[in-house]
Design a protein. Structure first.
Length: 134
């Protein structure tokens, strides 16, 4: 049995969050802005940080395992879920990628009835599933 485990690349997502926070590291530019704009910018940064942290957490807790027989996906922290599809039943394998997904190397794989979001290196996984499903 051949097993390949694809792990997410969460440091890339954290680096993008840090890059988004870079403008707030420039105190001179913030001192010339009205206080309500600074408060709005800080609020938006906190919201973006919460959303990004939740996405990175979800991404980090999703594991995809491909064997010669099945494609498995396991995700969740508090409520752990697992799903599998037999490779013999997989018809078409599709990749969906947004522009950020192409830039950071992640995407959504749709294999049969199984949809796996935030997969690192989706083209490699798609090619592997297509080869194994024959």
């Amino acid at each position: 049995m051949t097993e390949i485990k694809y792990e997410p690349r969460w440091p890339v997502a954290l680096a993008s969050l840090a890059a988004a926070a870079l403008p707030f590291a420039l105190p001179r530019s913030l001192s010339i802005l009205p206080p309500w704009i600074v408060a709005l910018m800080v609020t938006l940064l906190v919201i973006a940080a919460v959303v990004a942290t939740a996405a990175v957490w979800r991404w980090d807790r999703t594991h995809v395992v491909v064997t010669t027989d099945k494609l498995f996906v396991m995700h969740g922290v508090v409520h752990r879920q697992a799903a599998a599809v037999h490779l013999a039943r997989v018809g078409t394998v599709e990749i969906e990628q947004s522009l950020p997904g192409r830039l950071f190397g992640y995407g959504t794989i749709v294999a049969g009835d199984l949809e796996i979001r935030c997969v690192a290196k989706p083209r490699e996984l798609c090619g592997l599933v297509q080869r194994l499903s024959g």
